[in-house]
Write a protein that binds this ligand. Structure first.
Ligand SMILES: [Zn+2]
Length: 322
């Protein structure tokens, strides 16, 4: 039997009101289209239809296909930016020699975690000829050691540098008009380049002035270094959520598929019939997109494993074509 060309069939399906029928097409084919549009429960007919398919409930469930009613939502205005981790001002301290003299002992190494007050070095004072100890002024990690046992140090010589890295600044670079747009108090999700781990915090301030080299403005957030793996000097990427705009109808991005060059979502009718609906899309964010037309509030939209439905429709239309 001769079928309608695929493109014509698809067009007919999309233009629901004007279901175009080729005059030389067999009556049977025309009837299939008419049924599909008028009777959602005509499963056998839908299965042969190029933009729709029947997937039995159990198979759909086993494939991970999930549907959710199309609903109103919000689309976030998000900015992806890059930045750098830097130590918080005042979080770096030095342990210094109070009196000149030879170093008798050093009790910490670079990378060691030390407590405030912990003895780090013993030095024999040239003035009293007795040993005194140099202790850590703050708790943190030893980042530098500038003395050797037996070496002589002068008064005020920095023996150790200690950094408190329990909190870090995230300096994010903002360009152009985003500078007016992005303000303190908005949420920021910072992601490590090395392993993709993310932490969410709040933008604390937008620093005055412009960093001349890059012509960027710095927006700063404080990051709690919970796992100790955020390191000063490391580049990070961040997502700043500036605002959320209400949208009458949103679907998750996982619902979108491309069928014959058009963006579609699949709507389930009954408990096993899936039909492709071409959609006109509006604003989107990282997880969802506003739908301007093509589906209605409450439509059961496939939101997980939508490509399985697409593949099934593709298989069906291939059979339809022979
Ligand atoms: Zn924006």
């Amino acid at each position: 039997m001769k079928a309608l060309p695929l493109a014509a069939t698809l067009m007919a399906c999309w233009l629901l009101a004007a279901c175009g029928r080729s005059p030389d097409a067999p009556d049977e084919t025309s009837q299939v289209e008419a049924d599909a549009h008028q009777d959602a429960d005509a499963h056998a007919d839908e299965a042969e239809h190029a933009d729709s398919t029947v997937i039995p409930l159990k198979i759909a469930t086993d494939s991970g296909i999930q549907v959710a009613p199309a609903a109103a939502g919000t689309i976030a205005d998000e900015h992806e930016v890059q930045g750098l981790l830097t130590p918080v001002d005042g979080s770096i301290a030095q342990a210094v020699a109070r009196f000149p003299g030879p170093v008798r002992a050093l009790r910490a190494n670079v990378g060691d975690t030390v407590r405030a007050g912990q003895a780090l070095a013993s030095i024999e004072s040239n003035l009293s000829l007795t040993s005194y100890s140099v202790s850590a002024p703050i708790s943190g990690v030893i980042t530098a050691r500038n003395a050797q046992v037996g070496g002589a140090v002068g008064e005020g010589a920095p023996l150790f540098e200690i950094a408190d890295l329990s909190m870090l600044w995230v300096d994010l670079h903002i360009f152009g008009r985003d500078t007016q747009h992005i303000t303190a108090g908005v949420p920021v999700t910072v992601t490590r380049m090395t392993d993709g781990v993310s932490e969410t915090t709040t933008l604390e301030r937008v620093l005055p002035g412009t960093a001349t080299a890059s012509q960027s403005t710095v927006a700063r957030a404080v990051l709690h270094n919970r796992d100790g793996l955020w390191r000063p000097g490391a580049a990070v990427k961040a997502r700043i959520v500036v605002a959320s705009t209400p949208a009458a109808l949103v679907v998750p991005l996982t619902a979108l598929q491309t069928l014959e060059g058009r963006e579609v979502v699949f709507v389930r009718t009954g408990d096993d019939t899936y039909t492709a609906h071409p959609v006109e899309l509006g604003a989107r964010d990282a997880t969802q997109v506003a739908v301007l037309s093509g589906i209605a509030l409450g439509d059961a939209v496939v939101v997980a494993q939508s490509y399985v439905v697409k593949a099934d429709i593709g298989k069906g239309s291939a059979e339809h074509e022979h």
